[in-house]
Design a protein around this ligand. Sequence first.
Ligand code: FES
Ligand code: FES
Length: 187
Amino acid sequence: MYTMQVDLAINDQQEQLDASKSDSLLDVLRKQGRTGAKRGCDTGACGFCTVLVDGEPEKSCIVPAANADGSTVETIEGLGSQSDLHPIQQAFVDNFALQCGFCIPGMIMRSKALLAENPDLTEAEVREALSDNLCRCTGYKKIVRAVLDAADGVDDTSTSVVADGGHLGVSNADGACGCCHDGGDSE
Ligand code: FES
Ligand code: FES
């Protein structure tokens, strides 16, 4: 049951959304059809739900919707389209930096904030900045390379990166890799 409304400027569009007191920002985004931000852990641990709130990356599953009232929110839907990708999205494609893709919206939104703050990044800085965003599939090398390429504005499909960053680079505690897990979204 909805008990309040929150005013949000989502991807440059002013909206007034119904919310319950217990809703997170992720809840209200997804309830109204913006399912780009993914629900992974729902506890602030995985980063799949990362969006930008007033320009800062936030894990939207742990942001109470009420606290976001009056904020500017950027989600993956506000970036490029299938036919006109944002340069960061294009860099991920060019570097084959995704497998199931479940973590990618959060990775890209955090990368967008990172590059806006500092476009002249080192690999170590990219790795540190993305350490809050988990990926179960790619092994991170290709993701890091994509962010560095986006920073450089370089469309570089380095074969060494492809070879290094292959399947099964990262597994979870029970040994499952992201290529095998259910990457679908139940909502
Ligand atoms: S779903 Fe929000 S951090 Fe995992
Ligand atoms: S591509 Fe990152 S979790 Fe699958």
